[in-house]
Design a protein around this ligand. Structure first.
Ligand code: FES
Length: 112
């Protein structure tokens, strides 16, 4: 899979560590808890830089929270809301996805 087609899967659920995150493309982070997944632009609203410091390494807690590697802002998996840290009240930018089988696709059905 090369990620060039709209129909190409971003990744498989099985590529994402359970209760963790995967850098599914250069700019998209996919978080997973069991059979659920959420995708966000990999940009922290604090300084508009990637949430991770090392490639494809994301700090998460109990499959509930993602922590920015720079200044420790904490974001909920479900809605990307920052619940603690320097950008409290801000949110990650959601990327709509759908899961078919065990593959995760960008869901652009709502565009237009
Ligand atoms: S850049 Fe993410 S908390 Fe500062």
């Amino acid at each position: 899979m090369n990620g060039c087609s709209d129909d190409a899967a971003l990744c498989s659920l099985d590529d994402i560590p359970d209760s963790g995150g995967l850098e599914a493309s250069a700019s998209i982070l996919v978080l997973r808890r069991g059979d659920d997944a959420w995708a966000y632009r990999n940009v922290c609203p604090h300084f508009s830089i990637p949430l991770n410091y090392e490639p494809n390494t994301f700090w998460t807690y109990d499959g509930q929270l993602l922590m920015c590697a720079h200044h420790s802002a904490m974001f909920r998996f479900e809605d990307g809301a920052c619940i603690d840290g320097p950008c409290l009240g801000a949110s990650l930018t959601s990327v709509p996805i759908r899961i078919e089988g065990r593959n995760v696709f960008i869901d652009d059905a709502g565009k237009g």
